[in-house]
Write a protein that binds this ligand. Structure first.
Ligand SMILES: Cc1cc2nc3c(=O)[nH]c(=O)nc-3n(C[C@H](O)[C@H](O)[C@H](O)COP(=O)(O)OP(=O)(O)OC[C@H]3O[C@@H](n4cnc5c(N)ncnc54)[C@H](O)[C@@H]3O)c2cc1C
Length: 470
């Protein structure tokens, strides 16, 4: 394979393979990468401009990805997929974010998330197998709807949801504030409280829902960036589904999140935002080399200030890429290269979950880096960068979504700091453990009347809970 990176018939205008860790990838993966760059040139990038202008959902780009088998990238070959590993998923996401279309990178990340949830519990479920076999053939696009209108960033806490057991299966109710591909996807993976829910929000179940069972408000999506991703609200309104549309057993939600969905998606998110950082460096390189100041005869690229901007942006982004690829490789190591049969042999196997805290950091680092790189690369492009034609402003806007996508960078930063200082159990995702220090400190502030009022309130609560239990 030639080591000149091509962009159509021309050498690529940005950084060449000298700046890419090509040694990480097997030959088969490099072929996927090359084909993907061609698809980005011919299809994904032109459609990115269109999606941004008119909020058009990038279905054509997903069709292009399906034509290369990529909708079933980490699906085993026995189920019609490419059987690729976590590293390859990260490489593909980075390439789509960099050379193609960030909205498509997000749509595709959420598709892989949905496929991951299915793969984790595919064993013995014919309905899941049917979906997995359709992915490329029918351009069957999946997404995940987790975020809840009442708990926002705490998307693992679906208070506006419920599920009940019926004679033939399950009745599912769900309101969701954001769903990438909402109204455009063919299938949705959703989490609700479990059918026998008793108030413990860690007791979640996962369902497979089809497009005709979802009410979406597609006309409401209008955002600063990621304009093609169409992340509008959706409702699943008391929909009855057959028994085999529960993914895994009742109460499998927390396991599905910790073992499958979260580690893989956080690495994929990190990779796509690394791609956007690289995409902006590439454009800045082109602009800095193409613009000359006639008075001094210097190109923008000849100024040491601009060289410093680019040098620092590259080094920070390489650090983020290496962290991301390192996490992907760690996931490959513990799963025998993304071998899903591990979970068929032992449904309790959770090899990825031990790396979850590492993958939190991937998303944080990449989404922080892309902010800094975006600022500096925009500066390097001067006023021209501010205009649409150069395309850096679109990447800049699109790349801003990463920070506030769940888990948000505020939440992640606090998770890691709290974990380091107070221990993992202190994170208390589902609001179950009492912080005695905070409680005692607040109680100290009450006078006698305040304390009595609190005693009366708590006594009334205990009485009514007792009555309800009888
Ligand atoms: C482009 C885009 C696509 C999306 N696609 C999907 C999707 O496909 N599926 C899906 O389920 N969701 C999706 N989301 C939703 C996303 O994952 C987040 O849940 C959502 O962005 C949170 O938004 P919010 O307005 O509810 O934030 P809020 O919860 O109102 O948060 C506001 C601020 O408070 C901070 N904050 C919240 N909790 C804490 C805390 N405990 N400590 C410190 N700070 C805190 C937040 O970080 C943020 O800065 C998408 C979001 C975007 C922007």
């Amino acid at each position: 394979m030639s080591d000149v990176k091509m962009w159509g018939a021309e050498p690529y205008y940005g950084l060449g393979y000298d700046f890419d860790p090509q040694w990480l990838f097997a030959d088969e993966q490099k072929k996927i990468q090359k084909k993907l760059i061609e698809l980005c040139h011919s299809t994904l990038r032109p459609n990115a401009i269109q999606s941004d202008k008119s909020l058009e959902y990038p279905r054509k780009n997903m069709e292009a990805l399906a034509s290369a088998g990529l909708l079933a990238l980490h699906v085993p070959k026995s189920l019609g997929g490419l059987g690729q590993n976590h590293l390859c998923c990260a490489m593909v996401l980075e390439a789509i974010g960099r050379y193609g279309c960030p909205s498509t990178a997000l749509v595709y990340s959420m598709h892989l998330l949905a496929v991951t949830a299915l793969l984790f519990r595919a064993k013995g479920n014919k309905e899941i197998e049917k979906v997995l076999r359709r992915l490329n053939k029918d351009v069957f696009i999946g997404t995940a709807s987790y975020s809840d209108p009442e708990t926002g960033s705490h998307f693992w806490y679906p208070v506006a949801s419920k599920a009940e057991k019926t004679a033939n299966g399950w009745r599912v109710n769900k309101r969701s504030s954001w769903t990438t591909s909402g109204g455009f996807a063919d299938f949705y993976v959703v989490q609700t409280t479990s059918p026998d829910f008793k108030g413990n929000y860690a007791d979640l179940s996962v369902f497979l829902i089809y497009a005709d069972e979802v009410k979406a408000q597609v006309s409401t999506w209008d955002a600063m960036g990621m304009r093609g991703n169409q992340s509008g609200p959706i409702t699943i309104d008391s929909v009855e589904i057959p028994a085999d549309r529960m993914i895994g057993p009742p109460g499998d939600g927390a396991k599905s999140n910790d073992e499958a969905v979260d580690p893989i998606t956080l690495v994929n998110f990190g990779a796509s935002y690394n791609g956007m950082a690289l995409g902006m460096i590439d454009i800045a390189r082109k602009q800095a080399l193409g613009k000359t100041h006639a008075d001094v005869g210097m190109r923008v690229a000849d100024y040491p200030t601009i060289q410093d901007y680019v040098g620092e942006a590259i080094m920070d982004t390489q650090a983020s890429r290496f962290y991301t690829y390192g996490c992907a490789q760690a996931l490959d190591q513990v799963t025998n290269n993304c071998d899903w049969s591990i979970h068929e042999k032992d449904p309790d196997a959770m090899p990825r979950a031990g790396l979850l805290t590492w993958t939190w950091m991937t998303k944080f680092i990449a989404c922080k880096n892309v902010y800094n790189v975006g600022d500096k690369m925009l500066h390097a492009c001067g006023g021209t960068g501010y205009k649409r034609a150069l395309e850096i402003e679109r990447l800049f806007r699109d790349s801003r979504a990463g920070w506030m996508m769940g888990p948000t960078n505020e939440v992640l930063r606090q998770f890691v700091g709290k974990w380091a200082l107070l221990g993992l159990e202190s994170l208390d995702y589902w609001n179950q453990s009492v912080n005695d220090r905070v409680l005692n400190n607040e109680l100290k502030k009450l006078d006698a009347a305040g304390k009595q009022k609190l005693i009366d309130k708590l006594s009334a609560e205990i009485k009514s809970a007792g009555k309800a239990a009888r």
